[in-house]
Design a binder for this molecule. Structure first.
Ligand code: ZN
Length: 108
């Protein structure tokens, strides 16, 4: 799971994405994989625990890609009016990892 590179506390993906929703063309970015990854890597996030700032590229890229997929998989995953993420991204990511491991076990 994503952790703050400075204080090491766990980060909530929903909160991170909400920070990105303030970008001017966020609606376009959230629908385009390439644009999203570029914006994500260069975005300056602020840790809610220690208040320090860091770039998105310091966070796990694989999780960011999954987050992009999840946001696009579910209709209404983002409440644009209130700039809120409606999905519980951390729970969904945890579930996804669990299913992947289970899948490996079954196939292996
Ligand atoms: Zn921190």
């Amino acid at each position: 799971m994503a952790k703050c590179p400075l204080c090491g506390k766990p980060l909530d993906w929903g909160e991170l994405i909400e920070q990105m929703l303030t970008i001017d063309d966020a609606e376009d970015i959230m629908k385009d994989h390439k644009k999203f990854m570029e914006a994500f890597e260069g975005f300056v996030f602020k840790c809610p625990h220690c208040g320090e700032e860091f770039y998105g590229r310091n966070l796990p890229e694989k999780e960011a890609e999954k987050v992009f997929e999840l946001l696009n998989e579910f209709n209404g995953s983002i409440d644009w009016e209130n700039k809120r993420v409606r999905l519980r991204l951390n729970s969904l990511l945890a579930l996804d990892t669990m299913l992947e491991q289970w899948d490996k076990k079954v196939k292996g």
